[in-house]
Ligand binder design. Structure first.
Ligand SMILES: [Zn+2]
Ligand SMILES: [Zn+2]
Length: 331
């Protein structure tokens, strides 16, 4: 659903930006009208969405030059891509978690490395072409430095509102939620969505599955399902009345949303354990049984690897390598 600009609760304006991604068709941008105004997440950075963010700021009754903070929930392009232009046009400072800040500042370098890795992987020609298009698209995303590298527990001071940084690694390692304790409001980024559950897994690991890593080489954008579940449980310890997610509708049932997300992830893991109990299987077979027919094999392969990594760490599953193929079985 497209939202031009609505004041959800006093001082919190929500607007949506369309995204060119399958399954995630828009991003919520939040504009906080406070003594020191802030915007949370800025879109992929195309000219139309940058103009829309700036118009949203004005329509919320804030002078563009008065915007002070650009807060980035995490290191995925639809959340930080507009930072450079919004910063250049407003003079606002950019905030992100230290881990996200490193990933954002090293973004182009990581994309170039990934582009080279793609050449080392065996895959159908059309897959390779599609991935190369994605890499070229990523290189077009503008990057700017992060002015304030925040950590768990830090306070971002908006004058008339305080936001506490809650580090919630899992969906991405540098993910933060922002907690307004006074109003019991939580900006959840991609950690808890308005509907459905976020992708958590081995990111591009699904593509490079079977490819040996070189020393210090990252598969980029790796999530961690184990950390993700712990971060969800951490949120249960906060008193929250309303959540503002980066995708999907605002929810006044935060604990319901968190519980549903936990249950969906746990039931997927249970299903995986059942599948493995039937005996040794290779990854492709496991993915097919776990997800059925899918649109994006690499994404679900990455998510499956995420669950498998967790089970391996817990000592419940072991893997063997045979002729370049990975097999998994219960211990
Ligand atoms: Zn994300
Ligand atoms: Zn997102």
């Amino acid at each position: 659903m497209v939202v031009i600009l609505e004041e959800v609760i006093k001082g919190v304006y929500r607007m949506t930006l369309p995204l060119p991604f399958r399954g995630t068709d828009y991003l919520n941008v939040y504009i906080l009208k406070e003594e020191k105004p802030a915007v949370i997440d800025t879109g992929i950075g195309d000219q139309i969405s940058v103009e829309r963010v700036l118009r949203g700021v004005e329509e919320a009754g804030i002078r563009v030059s008065d915007l002070e903070h650009i807060i980035t929930t995490h290191e995925h392009i639809e959340h930080f891509g507009g930072n450079k232009d919004v910063k250049d046009r407003t003079g606002a400072d950019v905030y992100a978690h230290v881990i996200a800040a490193d990933a954002i500042e090293g973004f182009h370098e990581a994309v170039l490395k990934l582009g080279k890795l793609i050449d080392r992987v065996e895959m159908p020609v059309w897959d390779r072409e599609r991935l190369k298009i994605i890499m070229r698209f990523n290189l077009m995303v503008k990057v700017t430095s992060v002015d304030h590298r925040v950590r768990d527990g830090d306070i971002i001071d908006l004058g008339s509102r305080e936001l506490k940084v809650i580090h919630t690694p899992g969906h991405s390692l540098g993910h933060i939620c922002l907690y307004d304790e006074e109003r019991k409001a939580l900006f959840t980024g991609d950690h808890v969505l308005g509907e459905g559950t976020p992708f958590v897994g081995s990111g591009f690991g699904g593509i490079f599955y079977g490819v040996e890593r070189e020393e210090g080489e990252s598969w980029w954008f790796e999530g961690d399902i184990d950390l993700y579940m712990k971060s969800l449980e951490k949120l249960l310890g906060l008193e929250v009345r309303i959540i503002f997610p980066a995708h999907g509708p605002v929810s006044t049932d935060p604990y319901g949303r968190i519980a549903e997300t936990l249950e969906r992830k746990k039931s997927r893991e249970r299903k995986l354990v059942e599948i493995l109990q039937e005996g040794r299987k290779d990854l492709e077979a496991i993915v097919r049984e776990l997800y059925g027919q899918v649109n994006d094999i690499y994404l679900v392969r990455g998510a499956t690897l995420g669950y498998l990594n967790k089970l391996i760490k817990e000592g419940k599953v072991r893997f063997t390598m045979k002729e370049g193929k990975l097999y998994f079985e219960p211990t």
